[in-house]
Design a protein around this ligand. Structure first.
Ligand SMILES: [Zn+2]
Ligand SMILES: [Zn+2]
Length: 405
């Protein structure tokens, strides 16, 4: 098939409909180890903030952002949430799968691709149509212009997210809209859907996508009826209100009567039954919990924005409670704001595992975080993720960080 030059349609050579689990069950390579690298672990704003680095010395200083100026504070430097999974394909060669290419993707790639020997990208999975998940699509020209690394990049996304791409980057889906030299990346678009497991084309690598609420918006971005069938889950309305402007994730107060808000949906992924990735989620509906509990993975990557609840993301307390229910060997939280520094999150999360907190680590943020947590609950292994963290899941399902070898 040639690379995409037109918007995909079922008849287009650039479009690939995803198969069913039955068709794929014979191709699963569950006996292969999986390598996970976190490319980014920060909120949409990324860390550090310019504001925090340029404050006058007399103003209150931000612990997380100023720490990035010191070598020992490097883990506070966080790009948009993104990850790489490296798995051996059917042909015996390692395949590189990138989840999300947001605003800071190129910065992350420049830093971590050379360090970890990454080069060719065999697939990009997009979780949803927000800037911190897809605005780096344009940067993939660095891979395909002049066939620098590869002739095209395979992108896996929902039809609804593809609509967001079309609005944000018309020239990426239709070259007629390109201006200047027309130096745009070459893509093959693959449509995927909630609860429809698929294979990364030709590799035998298996991905199970699942949709979870990620805050609210007025515009209809996915088909809720297909997402939450017959589980007594919340009923969504196909609003035709003025909020349905077609612009993704940008509800605007209109001054007219308030319409019913729909939940904005974002994909999570289970890759090779080794890693569950859920970077943008505000709640996990019961039927998704059922799915995740029946496909428990050794490693869980889970959203956590603030200590307090937020309408689009999980709070620390919510993340810990979900992690207890999902029972991964290792849970890493991602998506942090600068409210709490990395070492403070480590202190808080080790306490969830039963560690006594030394007085020297009892900062104001740790105290506030502790006040939200139930330390009498089940003790689990849970840590803050950081950019560049590398974790392996062995063929027999044991999770280890690279430093533990
Ligand atoms: Zn800051
Ligand atoms: Zn988002």
């Amino acid at each position: 098939m040639s690379a995409a030059t037109h918007p995909p349609s079922p008849s287009s050579s650039s479009f690939t409909a995803m198969g069913s689990i039955d068709a794929l069950s014979n191709t699963m390579h569950t006996d292969e180890p999986v390598e996970l690298i976190l490319l980014g672990t920060g909120t949409s704003s990324t860390l550090p903030h310019v504001d925090c680095l340029t404050r006058p010395p007399t103003a209150k200083q931000c612990r997380a952002c100023t720490a990035t100026l010191r070598p020992d504070g490097r883990k506070n430097k966080r790009g948009n949430t993104s990850a790489v999974l490296r798995v051996r394909g059917r042909d015996g060669e390692p395949k590189t799968i990138v989840i999300d290419v947001g605003k800071s993707f190129m910065q992350s790639a420049v830093e971590w691709f050379p360090k970890y020997g990454l080069r060719q990208i065999d697939a990009v999975l997009i979780t949803h149509g927000h800037a911190d998940a897809m605005n780096g699509l344009d940067d993939l020209r660095g891979w395909t212009l002049g066939g620098a690394i590869q002739p095209h990049v395979d992108i896996y996304l929902t039809e609804e997210t593809f609509e967001s791409v079309k609005i944000a980057f018309p020239y990426l889906v239709q070259k007629e809209f390109a201006t200047g030299g027309g130096d745009v990346p070459e893509f093959r678009w693959h449509f995927i859907a909630d609860r429809q497991p698929f294979e990364i084309e030709g590799t035998g690598i298996m991905v199970r996508p699942f949709a979870v609420p990620h805050g609210f918006c007025g515009a209809k971005r996915m088909k809720p009826a297909a997402i939450l069938p017959d589980h007594g889950a919340p009923v969504f309305e196909n609003s035709s209100s003025p909020w349905s402007s077609g612009l993704p994730g940008t509800p605007v107060a209109t001054g007219v009567s308030t319409p019913t808000q729909e939940e904005f949906l974002c994909l999570g992924f289970i890759v090779q039954d080794a890693v569950t990735y859920m970077s943008d989620v505000s709640r996990i509906p019961p039927d998704v919990m059922d799915l995740l509990q029946s496909h428990r993975t050794p490693v869980l990557i889970l959203d956590c924005l603030y200590l307090k609840p937020h309408k689009s993301h999980l709070s620390l307390q919510q993340s810990v409670e979900y992690a207890r229910l999902l029972g991964a060997q290792r849970t890493y939280l991602v998506g942090f704001s600068h409210e709490v520094a990395h070492e403070e999150y480590e202190t808080l999360l080790k306490a969830v595992g039963g560690r006594q907190i030394p007085p020297a680590e009892m900062s104001e943020a740790v105290e506030r975080g502790l006040a939200t947590l139930d330390l009498q609950g089940e003790r689990i292994w849970i840590r803050p993720g950081y950019d560049g963290l590398r974790v392996f899941v062995s063929a027999d399902g044991r999770a280890m960080e690279a430093a533990e070898f």
